[in-house]
Design a protein around this ligand. Sequence first.
Ligand SMILES: [Fe+2]
Ligand SMILES: [Fe+2]
Length: 459
Amino acid sequence: MLNVEKKLNTDTNSKDKRHLKVCEINYKNNLDSDYTEKMESLEKSFDYAINSNHFWSEPELSILYGTPLYAEASPAQKLVLNHLYWTSQYDYIAASEASAIHYNQVTSGVFSHFGEYETLCLTLDRETDQEYSHIHAFQKISHKIKTALFGKGLLGSNPLKSSNTNLSKKLLPDSLQKFLTTKNRRTSPSDIEYRALRFINKMMMQNSSYCYSEYLQDIETKGNVIPPMTRGYIGVAIPLQLQKFLTFNWGSSPFLACQHYTYRFTGNLALKSYEYRYSKYFRDLERKEAFIPAPTAISHYHLLDESLHTTTSQLIGRDMYKDFPKPTVYEQVSANAITYMMQRGFLGELSGGMMSGFRGDATFMALYYKILRSRIFEMSHQDALHWMEKCLCGEHEGFHVNLKYHHRLHTDLCRFTSNLEYLWLINRELKIMASGASISNAIQKNQNALQQFSASIAA
Ligand SMILES: [Fe+2]
Ligand SMILES: [Fe+2]
């Protein structure tokens, strides 16, 4: 076995590492905070009827804001579009945080091999616990809202309905649930794909066994497989088959474990892009001593919790990777391939109907269609498609407002990536993301996507 101490950059004493000191402070701040508890309390008392006559944010955080449909919508319909924006975004966040729970453990299992990162591992454990509470709050409130608006069935089933299950079973995606249920998680020892990917990983990560993630080691020892993430910020960007392989990489190299946090930091900032608007709205209402809707408050307290998580991501992704030897060519290529896929997967396009959404509207078409066909708009099949074409295939104010969100996020992210010397220029300057800032390209893609969508529901 290699000497772990030798693998660290010993030119800097750990006591002098500023990022480790900041990590200590960040952990203490997290222990002293009560934002998660406030969210739990709001979740328990949530009643849609009490909140339904209020906007939960500035109107621009509404589905299809700035479109011709929005211009003609009644005040009641505009309220619903504002509320459904919240449910859509927080459904996505819940899925993303299920991924964060998994990858916190994968990478913590690497860092735990190195003596000076105990506080960091404790921080990641605490963040994982908080994500469970966040997911629970988002799913429960979102379900109550959708049930109140549409009745049962139209916009998804209740993820919390099944009783006699533990918290993780209620909250996590099916794949992860199966994985966590001991009875179901064993797989055939002849899982050739798993073994092949792990073999390639070992080949490419020579001499990495000294720091292989204890969490992944535990999975292997028990003969389990890595659960795929089908949704959320990992699932939308990384193909399922590749996820397993990347998980091995993130779990067998201190450099790549750190690199994972540039991905998480990007997710943190993409979330902050709109959650900050809810928080500002919360503070404005508080100043005026006006009624504060519970979802607005949930978003506000989540932003405060996540600001601590963002600091963790930043410390690891920006500073801590330098504690370890410079990346090998393989590690550098992996880091760049991941960053490229991340840009393409959830930063590279411009939505015309989902503010602060940088995936194409093809992703949201089923949702738009369901809303237009529901009792909120009561449109026929033909009318729904007609309005989707008007909203997605022509220039309107919503596209221009979203361009501003895109520009702000791109600027903020480049401030971070510009200092990562291991990134290729296309990633350091986030050029794929930059190329997504085009209304004409978005409209062209929407025209093709809407044709396919129309054909798929006509079939
Ligand atoms: Fe969270
Ligand atoms: Fe988080």
